[in-house]
Ligand binder design. Structure first.
Ligand code: IVH
Length: 669
């Protein structure tokens, strides 16, 4: 028999190997193994950790994939306050800063110039080379403990690499969302009819405050570090610190440069104002720091910021122009969003005629009036936005903007639910732009992919009454299509063939195509995996929906509400009759017995002989149901290791029997 490897040893070897490979990949851009091999190593480590939970290391690389839930972020005090920088906007002011510094020091000084990253500041604490805490800036004195979320950021080393680091230290940097991830996120939000995120910085800040660290992991945040803090000074200068933390495994942007005069500083500023688009993160200027720590100490701080550093901010790409009107657009979900119509103005190389105003609150907040001279800015965001009003130029007879009370397209009174920033037109079966947008979503590439139907044909079909909803598309005949204006026989045939082909579209994409609010393509896939046909989905209770990974209250509510509406039920039924796929091809577990029929289970903690997913499958395969929350109606709580005391207490109080793993296995034996 082959000798069994000591699990503790295997786990340590795997951890070291993965950490090393990560370091090579992220720090040195070297892939020593294929993605597949890397995933296998990580998978083996996960298996070992599930099998031997006591061996799990606090900074295991498996934590990168997330899954830790933080309900409330604890407040933590910063050991060193997180200050801000004073800003300058001109060459002249930068020269004044240099004069002040040289006057105080009495000689020329060396500076370090860096990018001013436009992300979210973070403080990272290490003890004995292990990452122990990640905190937001907060008010500079205390911030939020977001450690679990920070662990998922690949640029943040969980263990320091190499040697020579002190027992306790802090590194600070800027967390950011790479532009492609931001664009993808907004594309998904557009798909689900959610408000778009204004810029990558807001998206980063929202991501860091997510309760589920798996969501954070999926956003692929990055982190550039720019400072090092210890009680015992270890280095003589900032540049030495940057070199050292880089060697220890922190990501330091290699854009920094030592400059020995203000002329060199200005050359850096001018160079990077042009080159900033090469970077994966938006920058809004340059930070200039005195390099020597001794000189930094001599210069000291004001109450808010260091005297040894300054931020030179690029002038925002902004222009002033006249607000000519507001147009209200009705989206697929009925959301009515205002768009500002502007007198055309040149901004950062393009002519801008429209700008986003986000929602009604924004009109009020800015006190926008028709005819106002407004400032338009193009920042990290793609669409320009109005940032303010030039009150000095306000016409005497300017009129406040009255937000419409009725839908601009169909006249139905608008509604606004509590907590929502947008007004909605509730007429989802009779409001033309809403319906046309629903059609367009249904036929889109990621949904039913009916490529031969374009927006113009859809509008024609709708207006002639041939298709009032998406189910009508499948009743269309060749004769009906041929009589449409500008429609040849060939196009009519193509459309019919395209519709026919679409019937084979997999269930998850059909679900996505329905356009249920908040059900984007990822959520649709999850639903199709867990509730393998239409009947299962329609019959799912709120608890059952919540038990599915990635489905929260908002999505669960939206699905329940969708199927409460008889129009929707009928529509889906007609689509089913037409032959669309409403059954998942994902394998549902083979039924092994009905021993657990009608019994509900909550699973909590870590199990010895199987993963949580395996336990869930086992319950399903014996006819039981898995739910997420403990109530008096629950039949059993299956408790593994590391189950929180609150769950145990709640189950005991409500008289819900608690099963150990062995007791559960006994039940189905
Ligand atoms: S040094 C007191 N370096 O700017 C020293 N900050 O206005 C402050 N920032 O909260 C930190 N890039 O979020 C420093 N290269 C850089 C920076 C940077 C961006 C942000 C940071 C800080 C804010 C200060």
């Amino acid at each position: 028999m082959a000798l069994q490897k000591d699990p503790a040893l295997e786990l340590q070897e795997l951890t070291d190997r993965i950490n090393y490979l990560n370091y090579q990949y992220y720090q040195n851009s070297v892939s020593e193994v294929s993605d597949y091999e890397f995933d296998q190593l990580l998978k083996r480590l996960q298996e070992l950790e599930e099998q031997f939970p006591a061996l799990r290391q606090p900074n295991s690389p498996t934590l990168r994939v997330g899954g830790t839930i933080t309900k409330n972020f604890e407040t933590v005090f910063h050991k060193y306050p997180m200050l801000s920088l004073s800003n300058t906007y001109s060459e002249e002011e930068l020269r004044e800063f240099d004069n002040r510094v040289r006057k105080a020091i009495g000689s020329d000084v060396e500076y370090v110039c860096e990018q001013k990253f436009d992300g979210v500041a973070i403080s990272l604490t290490y003890e004995n080379g292990q990452f122990v805490q990640g905190a937001t800036r907060g008010d500079g004195t205390r911030g939020d403990n977001i450690t679990a979320n920070v662990r998922t950021i690949r640029d943040v080393p969980l263990q320091v690499h190499g040697e020579g680091f002190p027992e306790l230290f802090e590194v600070r940097g800027e967390v950011f969302m790479p532009l492609p991830v931001f664009q993808q996120l907004n594309a998904e939000r557009e798909e689900t009819g959610e408000q778009l995120l204004a810029n990558p910085r807001n998206a980063t800040s929202g991501t860091l405050k997510q309760q589920d660290s798996a969501v954070v992991a999926s956003r692929k945040l990055g982190c550039f570090c720019y400072s090092f803090h210890t009680f015992q000074p270890l280095f003589d200068s900032h540049s030495e610190s940057l070199q050292a933390i880089h060697k220890w495994g922190f990501q330091v942007s290699d854009t920094w440069r030592k400059c020995s005069s203000i002329e060199e500083v200005l050359a850096y500023v001018n160079e990077w104002e042009v080159r900033r688009t090469e970077l994966p993160i938006a920058t809004d200027g340059v930070v200039v720091k005195v390099n020597s720590y001794a000189l930094q100490q001599e210069l000291g701080f004001t109450s808010k910021s260091p005297r040894w550093a300054i931020a030179y901010k690029y002038a925002a790409m902004s222009a002033a122009t006249r607000l000519q009107g507001i147009q209200y657009q009705v989206g697929r979900t009925g959301a009515v969003t205002p768009v500002a119509l502007l007198e055309p103005v040149l901004l950062a190389g393009t002519v801008v005629k429209r700008a986003s105003v986000h929602n009604a609150n924004e009109i009020q907040r800015l006190d926008l009036r028709l005819g106002d001279m407004v400032f338009v800015e193009k920042g990290g965001e793609i669409i320009p936005k109005i940032t303010g009003v030039d009150l000095a130029q306000r016409p005497a007879d300017s009129q406040p903007i009255l937000y419409p009370t009725n839908c601009p397209a169909c006249g139905t009174p608008l509604v606004r639910s509590e907590g929502e920033a947008n007004f909605y037109c509730p007429n989802d079966t009779g409001c033309e732009p809403q319906i046309l947008a629903k059609f367009e979503h249904f036929i889109s590439r990621k949904a039913m992919n009916i490529t031969d139907l374009g927006p113009e044909t859809i509008a024609q079909l709708y207006r002639t009454g041939l298709a009032r909803n998406v189910a009508d598309l499948y009743d269309l005949t060749f004769e009906q299509l041929c009589v449409l204006e500008r429609m040849g026989e060939k196009s009519a045939n193509n459309i019919l063939a395209s519709l026919e082909r679409s019937k084979a579209t997999p269930y998850d994409r059909v679900l996505f195509a329905l356009g249920i609010r908040f059900v984007g393509s990822t959520v649709a896939r999850k639903l199709a995996e867990q509730l393998p046909d239409l009947e299962a989905l329609r019959g799912a209770t709120y608890e059952e929906l919540l038990a599915i990974n990635e489905i929260g209250e908002r999505i669960a509510n939206s699905i329940i509400t969708y199927f409460q509406d008889q129009d929707n039920v009928q529509l889906v039924e007609r689509l089913k009759q037409a032959g669309l796929t409403f059954k998942s091809s994902f394998k549902s577990p083979e039924m092994e017995s009905d021993r657990l029929e009608d019994k509900t289970f909550v699973i909590s903690g870590v199990f010895q002989s199987m993963s949580r997913e395996e336990l869930q499958q086992l319950i399903l395969s014996h006819g039981g149901k898995v739910v997420s929350s403990i109530s008096a109606k629950l039949n059993y709580l299956v408790a593994g290791d590391k189950m929180g005391p609150a769950k145990r207490e709640k189950a005991t109080k409500l008289g819900v029997p608690i099963l150990s793993e062995d007791e559960f296995l006994e039940m189905i034996k």
